[in-house]
Design a protein around this ligand. Sequence first.
Ligand code: NAD
Length: 251
Amino acid sequence: MTEKKVVIVTGAARGIGRAATDLFLADGWNVVMIDRLGELLEAEASKLQNTFALKADVSNPQDANRIMTEAVREFGRVDCLVNNAGVADFGLLEEHDFARWRRVMETNLDGVFLCSQAAIPYLKEGRGSIVNIGSISGLRASTLRVAYGTSKAAVIHLTKQQAAELGEYGVRVNCVSPGPVATEMSKQVHSQDIIDAYHDAIPLNRYGTEREIAEAIVFLASDKASYITGQVIAVDGGFDATGVGLPALRS
Ligand SMILES: NC(=O)c1ccc[n+]([C@@H]2O[C@H](COP(=O)([O-])OP(=O)(O)OC[C@H]3O[C@@H](n4cnc5c(N)ncnc54)[C@H](O)[C@@H]3O)[C@@H](O)[C@H]2O)c1
């Protein structure tokens, strides 16, 4: 068994998961990189040491179990699971049919549930932790996000459910809820109007970076956060803290 701690990062091929992989490696962790974009995942992992890349779909129960058994076969232990894989689909409430709803829920909510369930026996062995990735869209309702926002609100509550039961075993569970970051995902769903509206409503007046989100993830996974569990940290430039007024101030 490796002496180094082992983290599983889902959705690690690009975006926030890829940035978190870099920061975990810099902090001396071994990283199991999971993504369903197999070619991109292999290409990214081949640039890095101390990683193990596995193509898998977090919404598939068999894959969720395979992720854990392969991680343990490769590195001998699992100390942290970062449930980062996610999909976004912005559209009007009345245009969301069941297929669109399910496509979002199966990755964003089912995937978090399934991977966590599969990881729990291993996390209990080492008093490990889970970091779930929510969203500002799970903290505040907005238009076009009936499935996405609801899935992320559920992840935030699931975090608290998991923390409630797993604390007994020394396993901590927290959630990072990012504000907007210019990743491939957000480029697909953020129109110029949405970008302008975010800038108006965010005290820091800009998007975040992948690295800024990753810093919070790695902190929560680390021993520095040893008495933090059941918490939701919005890494959002102050968006969640504010209400009316900012656009008027800026005009
Ligand atoms: N970018 C933002 O503005 C923003 C804001 C709030 C929350 N988030 C959340 O951050 C997380 C990361 O998003 P990102 O912006 O880096 O997006 P991204 O699209 O760049 O990366 C997400 C990765 O997850 C992978 N993935 C998706 N579904 C999967 C599945 N079923 N199984 C395995 N892999 C899967 C994708 O292939 C992709 O590589 C997501 O949970 C997202 O909802 C992002």
